[in-house]
Design a protein around this ligand. Structure first.
Ligand code: AMP
Length: 198
């Protein structure tokens, strides 16, 4: 059975949303659509897109909305995203929410749930520093980390004010073990009637 779930996971950098997103998507049998991963794969492969965005990612700035939204539209138009998907890292500001809303509305769809992983800023910074030491991501410098968290607080967190009134936001305590947090998310989604893939 293929589950139908259209999900968005939101949280500050270092909240563990990438890791949780993969676990959740796997259980629901839906693909993860991570804009950060798409950009990084293009940079690694040296594509035109990769060359266009390398410096932007290194600074911790946002890639232009039009370009990002076009990439997401293309990705969500692929067959495997027809009955569901988990968006990670998109939308990241009000303009992208508008783009996504229009795209989904055209298909007669909407998001079923927005999972907000709640993690205090100090905890995010500590986790990001650890990841920098372990993975050596080029945008995990101290300066870029602070810049990305500022953008999150200024541009991304406010999108919850758009989704909140729609009654689709599940605020999940993002502090705890990996398993504990996944269980919290499953419980919240189950309460919405979103069942796991058989
Ligand atoms: P992430 O892996 O989600 O932290 O994304 C890494 C970087 O990719 C970000 O710091 C941005 O430079 C870029 N990026 C990812 N998603 C978006 C988005 N929705 N809009 C603009 N830039 C993005």
């Amino acid at each position: 059975m293929t589950a139908s779930a259209r999900l968005l996971i939101v949280g500050p950098q270092g909240s563990g949303k990438g890791t949780q997103g993969v676990r959740i998507a796997e259980s629901y049998g839906i693909p993860v659509v991570s804009t950060g991963d798409i950009f990084r794969a293009n940079i690694k492969d040296g594509t035109d897109l990769g060359q266009q965005v390398t410096a932007i990612l290194d600074r911790g700035d946002l890639v232009p909305d039009e370009l990002t939204s076009e990439i997401v539209r293309d990705r969500l138009s692929q067959d495997d995203a027809a009955t569901g998907f988990l968006l990670d890292g998109y939308p990241r500001n009000a303009a992208q929410v508008t783009h996504l809303d229009a795209f989904l509305a055209d298909r007669g769809e909407s998001l079923d749930a927005v999972i907000l992983l709640d993690v205090p800023r100090e905890e995010s910074i500590a986790r990001l520093k650890l990841r920098a030491a372990e993975q050596g991501r080029s945008d995990d410098t101290e300066e870029a980390i602070a810049h990305r968290l500022d953008i999150y607080e200024r541009e991304t967190a406010p999108i919850l004010e758009v989704y909140g009134p729609r009654g689709i936001v599940d605020r999940i305590d993002g502090v705890g073990s990996l398993e504990e947090i996944t269980e919290r998310v499953f419980a919240a989604l189950a309460a919405r009637g979103l069942r796991l893939a058989a």
